[in-house]
Design a protein around this ligand. Structure first.
Ligand code: MFK
Length: 546
């Protein structure tokens, strides 16, 4: 046999994870930091084993069986091994429970686990995100009866009592604009609400509960008239007959995740609060799932870069390993710098969420969280696609071959920019946040993040980008079309500016601890530029689309 290329080896996802170690060392009190180690190490072991399994076994997809041999409707869904393990892994590592503990670092400790578990979970993290979001929305609703009934299950540390929750918003009319929601809530004579309608993307159909938007019978059109309901899907071991699984979606990626089209045929439901303003009531859930989206996006980037880096040490071309080829090394370092910025922003959102929920945030931090959540989601979603694509290219033809396990990274990454709101919808959400005090909060926060770093070039570039955004908003603020047309440019510029300031904070801390790599990441990130503002020329846009 001739030459055989050595396959890439995944380094231990926790022990080799420099950024997460440094972040936790900087952000957590020593006792809390020490207590996390075993848990994160075990999750790293799980992730490593899952990668080895994925590259040595045939990939499976979930299978829906709608009818049994005797003609009974059963809607049974067989899951992949990682999904079958999901409840045990989640509860034994207290992934969700950690995030709802009563201290300001709870969310950071939760998302450190999510980051390590995500890729191995085969997107079991999707329903976990929604369960976390449902918990948050229920708590925000103040509905004691529903909180007492559902939250102990959602936060259970025992797989036997653990429940997953879905988030049923999207219908055939669309997922971004829910104002045409057709699902109707009718009240029985005995006062029980029941949902009738069709939900078009249900990613937690194997779960035990869901939060669903529906229009109370007789309510007016539009999204303001929608109400938010809590439903349960199971009757003991069987799915309730009023919930029918029509089919599983055939998706580009996330193929282990059984996303379903479903019918609700009188499913019992309980309103969370008032019988309108359901979008406002579900917003806490959206913001939590968007944080998950950002953290999961950086987890995918980390995996792609780890494999590409390892391969670059094993693969020889033109007489030396790829890692010693200047242009290949340059490409990998560019990816690393962008990833470090995205990592810093996603985890800052996680930390802020924890502080705001715990009541220990500084006065500007609620507005900051409101702005950084869509920014982190939209930027990391896009970046995951481009970095995973670039990583595949690092393997040449091997990156295009299914059983290397690599193409799946790119297919899966595409989802981050779509679900929980597309890049454009999130850019418009950032405008909502900027209509409040988002920009002022970001100015205040950036000044704090830059305080310990004396890199005048970095602070100058960040201030210049923030001022350019403020100026752009002043100039286009009064014209809705112009403001919306340029929203993505503003959002990306703000995301990059925030990331650069966060990198500067980490660089200052790491330098004091003898590590110059974050400073190199900051320099490289700044060299890629912060400014992404759009030129808004409505006439050109019209002509180009004619
Ligand atoms: C592995 C990773 C895990 C990720 C989890 C994956 C789960 C995947 C499954 C899904 O994708 S589920 C579907 C997710 N769907 C979306 O994310 C919806 C995308 N569309 C939007 O976000 C639209 O902007 C929105 C539906 C919110 C538009 O609705 P409206 O009713 O036209 O919005 P409007 O009138 O601007 O806002 C209504 C209220 O909500 C306002 O408050 P007020 O009534 O007090 O004025 C808004 O300020 C508030 N609001 C909207 N978005 C908010 C928010 N408040 C806080 N945070 C937000 N993000």
């Amino acid at each position: 046999m001739g030459f055989l290329q050595a396959a890439p080896q995944l380094p231990h996802p926790w022990r080799s994870e420099r950024l997460l170690h440094a972040l936790l060392d900087r952000a957590l009190p020593a006792a809390r930091r020490g207590a996390l180690d075993n848990d994160l190490d075990a999750l790293g072991d799980y992730a490593l084993t899952a990668w080895q399994r994925a590259t040595t076994t045939t990939r499976r997809k979930p299978v829906l069986t709608q009818w049994d041999a005797w003609g009974r409707r059963v809607d049974r869904i067989e899951l992949t091994p990682a999904w079958q393990e999901g409840p045990h892994v989640t509860t034994s590592h207290a992934v969700l429970a950690a995030g709802h503990e009563n201290h300001e670092h709870a969310r950071l400790e939760e998302f450190a686990r999510v980051y390590l578990y995500h890729v191995a979970s085969e997107f079991y993290t999707c329903p976990l995100a929604m369960t976390d979001g449902a918990t948050t929305a229920l708590k925000a609703s103040g509905n004691r009866a529903l909180i007492e009934r559902a939250v102990p299950h959602f936060l259970s540390r025992d797989a036997k009592t653990f429940w997953l929750s879905g988030q049923w918003m999207t219908e055939t009319h669309g997922g971004s604009d829910v104002s045409h929601t057709e699902t109707v809530a009718r009240q029985d004579a005995d006062g029980q609400w029941r949902l009738h309608g069709r939900k078009w993307f249900s990613s937690a159909v194997v779960g035990e509960a869901a939060l669903a938007l529906a229009r109370p019978e007789g309510a007016s059109d539009g999204s303001g008239a929608l109400a938010l309901f809590y439903v349960e899907t199971m009757d003991g071991a069987s799915r309730k007959p009023q919930l029918v699984v029509d089919r599983l979606k055939d998706k580009l990626g996330t193929q282990e995740l059984p996303t379903a089209e479903i019918h609700l045929d009188g499913l019992p439901a309980w309103p969370l609060g008032e019988l309108s303003n359901g979008v406002r009531q579900v917003a806490p859930m959206l913001n939590v799932t968007r944080t998950w989206n950002a953290v999961c996006a950086i987890a995918s980037m980390a995996r792609a870069i780890a494999l590409a880096r390892d391969y670059a040490t094993r693969r020889q071309a033109f007489g030396r390993p790829l890692i010693e080829q200047p242009l290949h090394a340059q490409t990998l370092a560019d990816m690393q710098a962008e990833f470090e910025g995205a990592f810093a922003l996603a985890f800052e959102v996680a930390q802020l969420l924890g502080r705001v929920e715990h009541g220990s945030a500084a006065p500007h931090e609620a507005a900051l969280l409101r702005l950084l959540t869509p920014l982190a989601k939209l930027w990391t979603g896009k970046l995951a696609v481009s970095l995973c694509s670039e990583a595949l290219e690092c393997f040449g033809g091997g990156g295009y071959i299914e059983d290397t396990g690599l193409p799946q990274l790119l297919r899966d990454a595409q989802v981050y920019a779509i679900w929980e709101g597309t890049t454009n919808v999130l850019s418009l959400d950032a405008l909502r946040a900027l209509a409040g005090d988002g920009l002022g909060a970001l100015h205040t926060a950036s000044a704090g993040w830059l305080r310990d770093n004396d890199d005048m070039h970095a602070s100058g570039a960040i201030r210049q980008a923030l001022d350019a955004c403020a100026h752009w908003l002043e100039r286009h603020g009064a014209t809705r079309d112009a403001r919306e047309a340029g929203a993505r440019g503003v959002a990306l510029t703000l995301a990059r500016s925030a990331a650069a300031a966060l990198l500067a904070r980490q660089a200052a801390w790491s330098s004091q601890h003898g590590d110059a790599r974050p400073t190199a990441a900051l320099r490289r990130f700044l060299a890629h530029g912060l400014m992404r503002l759009s030129v808004v020329e409505a006439d050109d846009t019209r002509q180009l689309l004619d």
